[in-house]
Design a protein around this ligand. Structure first.
Ligand code: C2E
Ligand code: CA
Ligand code: CA
Length: 285
């Protein structure tokens, strides 16, 4: 019992230490944003990049968002991180557009706490888009299904969508997936979660589910993105099942903006290189 209490106490102290370190990192501009390409299977071009926050700490090295995003949510730091990522992503997209890649768009993740009534996401998002001078349609907001239970959140997403912003349902096929959410609240993209893609080759029932989902999405005018795709076999099956877009280490991990511009030159340039060449040369960050 005493040991158990000590473990809880140590975990709590570690959490508080990470929170303080994160506060310091936010204040001193130590966070960065990397981008992971999403490839359109009908053209072989990059259509979109997902903006993913990165934190390289001098002592601990890279700290995964999986470790610090929940802490940022718990201690009210997520708004600052979200706003930083949003502004940087819009500015970097503007850079890509000015280099001639005007069809490329960008996705940002939103956490549930960012959709509080007091925190006007509508104004923050529209201001970031307008000050970067990019089209509204070139920004996608990714939300998870668990957020979709909140009426206020959906109203806000509908307002953004009316301005032209796209909405993606992230981590689809995890936990409970309500098809009625999909039908009632129009979204533009469905992202099939990595855990689903991982077991796809061994599990025929998952392939049947994806095939049904793709058919339904087509009828609703929704594009399907499979994420966490690492192998050529997974890619082949997902393509056969009709997934529109693919994201994953097979193509590339998330990279800094400069490296993404090189990817655009290779993928979307006048003479695009073979699709799977990058998987051989890409290093996992
Ligand atoms: P997510 O939105 O599901 O993002 C995809 C995660 O899968 C990313 O991890 C990405 O690096 C990883 N990934 C992509 N392809 C592959 C693959 O082929 N294999 C493997 N093993 N992993 C792959 P990351 O960057 O560690 O982010 C983890 C989660 O943290 C994200 O999951 C998202 O929920 C959250 N997150 C990241 N950036 C932000 C942000 O700016 N704001 C908010 N609210 N959440 C963020
Ligand atoms: Ca996401
Ligand atoms: Ca996801």
């Amino acid at each position: 019992m005493a040991l158990h209490n000590q473990e809880i106490q140590t975990a709590y102290l570690n959490k508080i230490a990470l929170r303080d370190k994160l506060r310091h990192a936010i204040k001193h501009d130590l966070l960065n944003v990397y981008y992971q390409p999403i490839v359109d299977q009908s053209t072989g071009c990059i259509v979109k990049f997902e903006a993913l926050v990165r934190w390289f700490d001098d002592e601990q090295g890279m700290i995964s968002p999986g470790a610090f995003i929940p802490i940022a949510e718990e201690f009210g730091l997520i708004q600052q991180i979200g706003h930083f990522v949003l502004k940087k992503a819009c500015r970097d997209l503007s850079k890509m557009h000015s280099l001639g890649y005007a069809d490329v768009s960008i996705s940002v993740n939103r956490s549930v706490n960012e959709f509080k009534v007091s925190n006007n996401q509508f104004d923050l998002v529209t201001e970031a888009i307008e000050s970067a001078n990019i089209p509204f349609g070139s920004l996608t907001v990714e939300v998870t299904e668990s957020m979709a239970t909140n009426h206020y959140t959906w109203q806000l997403l509908r307002d953004l969508r009316e301005k032209g912003v796209k909405i993606a349902l992230d981590d689809f096929c995890t936990g409970y997936s309500s098809l009625s959410h999909l039908i009632e609240n129009q979204v533009d993209y469905l992202k099939i979660d990595k855990s689903f893609v991982d077991s796809l080759l061994q599990d025929k029932s998952k392939q049947i589910m994806i095939s049904c989902l793709v058919d339904m999405a087509k009828q609703l005018g929704i594009k399907v993105i499979a994420e966490g795709v690492e192998s050529e076999n997974q890619l082949t099956v997902l393509k056969e099942l009709g997934c529109d877009h693919i994201q994953g280490y097979y193509y590339s991990p998330a990279r800094p903006i400069g490296a993404c511009i090189h990817l655009l030159e290779e993928f979307n340039g006048e003479k695009p290189i073979e699709l799977n060449v990058l998987s051989v040369t890409s290093s996992r960050v």
